[in-house]
Design a protein around this ligand. Structure first.
Ligand code: ADP
Ligand code: MG
Length: 376
């Protein structure tokens, strides 16, 4: 008997999946109308589902013991707590948007680490949404599902997240990075296939406890908004690198000045990385990764010793470039390496972590993968 039948007493009608993501470059430019460049990971949330006719949604996760049930008709922001808030939020937002979804049994399975900055929350929302829609054969544009999933995370779960994670989980394509211009609200698929060039992208979860993340995130956003107001622009995207020095002279606070310098130079680095990728010069993207890390460490000040040690060690062991990825204060680093040095770099990071008495890090396969889909 399948795990699904064991839990729900029926066989599933279908199986859906939605992946996690890492951002290649462009950190903290999203709320400045900037540009981000995520790839979808092979690691994903999988949801087996069967339709119910009683207007009830029952959810189980292989990581949790209980089946949690709630009525579709009585969903309201915050009405379901803990992890089940994500599938409940997906159901709530689809109903709010007038999609004719019905009751369902949902079994969540995952090989995507939770809380590691790889966006398991968006993957869970997106997988729930595509399963609920798929059970009723409702076809919805992936970018629209992403916007709905963001709304669910903002309004139902109560997390003030941007749109990158959901867009990555829904819209990424294998062998590509997703260029997502937040000001223009446009996307483009950028060829990104390190293996084809004898390279590999390593993702290392540094397993650092997230410290003060919410407060620090709010403070960074606030600094950026303050700077945009002082400079008289709608968002820092409006400041070109060529005008940066002049703009910095008009700011009153030195910390704010450094925050602005990160955002403005980071947007330029995204543009440069994309141009190199389009030109097939993937190796040359490495130094941009490293410059991005230095900017996040010294100007934006969101790294922690684990992230810095992982990046410094990767570079010393021969990586072409390395940087923290995600919100900061923990999470993961990425490193671009020659395939032949991948093991050397990973071993060096493990050794450095042991020498610093850090928790043993974990590495993940980062083959650029495809967005949410139906599996069967
Ligand atoms: P991230 O998105 O970086 O992984 P978040 O804190 O945003 O971290 O989201 C993690 C939350 O997502 C978990 O606390 C849990 O509520 C939910 N979640 C993630 N994976 C699963 C899973 N397999 N089963 C149930 N809930 C999950
Ligand atoms: Mg999340």
């Amino acid at each position: 008997m399948s795990k699904f039948a064991e839990v729900f007493g029926v066989e599933p009608d279908g199986v859906w999946r939605a992946p996690g993501r890492v951002n290649l470059i462009g950190e903290h430019t999203d709320y400045n109308d900037g540009i981000v460049l995520p790839i979808a990971l092979p690691n994903q949330i999988t949801i087996s589902a069967s339709a119910r006719t009683d207007g009830v949604i029952a959810v189980a996760s292989s990581g949790q013991n209980d089946v949690i049930t709630f009525e579709l008709d009585s969903l309201a922001p915050g009405s379901v707590k803990d992890w089940a808030a994500y599938p409940a939020g997906a159901a709530w937002v689809l109903r709010e948007a007038q999609y004719g979804i019905g009751g369902a049994n949902l079994l969540v399975e995952s090989d995507l680490p939770s809380g590691a900055g790889l966006s398991s929350s968006a993957a869970l929302l997106c997988a729930s949404a595509v399963a609920l829609l798929g059970l009723r054969d409702l076809e919805v544009d992936p970018a629209e599902v992403a916007r709905l999933a963001q709304r669910a995370e903002n309004q139902y779960v109560g997390a003030p997240v941007g749109l990158m994670d959901q867009m990555a989980s829904m819209c990424c394509s294998a062998g590509h990075a997703l260029y997502f211009d937040i000001r223009a609200m446009t996307t483009d698929q950028i060829p990104f296939d390190p293996a084809a060039d004898g390279l590999a992208l390593l993702v290392v979860d540094v397993k650092a406890p997230h410290r003060h993340v919410d407060g620090e995130y709010a403070a960074r956003r606030q600094s950026c908004e303050q700077a945009a107001a002082e400079l008289g622009v709608p968002a820092l995207r409006s400041i070109a690198v060529e005008d940066l020095d002049e703009a910095l002279t008009r700011l009153s606070d030195d910390v704010v000045r450094r925050r602005v310098r990160h955002v403005v130079t980071e947007i330029r680095r995204v543009e440069e990385a994309v141009a190199l990728m389009r030109a097939g010069q993937l190796r040359d993207v490495g130094p941009l990764f490293t410059a991005s890390h230095v900017s996040l460490r010294d100007d934006f000040e969101i790294t922690v010793p684990e992230l810095d040690v992982a990046v410094d060690t990767a570079l010393a062991a021969g990586a072409l470039g390395a940087r923290m990825t995600g919100g900061g204060f923990g999470g993961c680093i990425i490193a671009l390496v020659d395939s032949s040095t991948a093991t050397t770099v990973l071993n060096a990071i493990e050794k450095a972590f042991a020498a610093n008495s850090f928790t043993t890090p974990a590495s993940l396969d980062a083959t650029p993968s495809t967005g949410a889909s139906r599996l069967s």
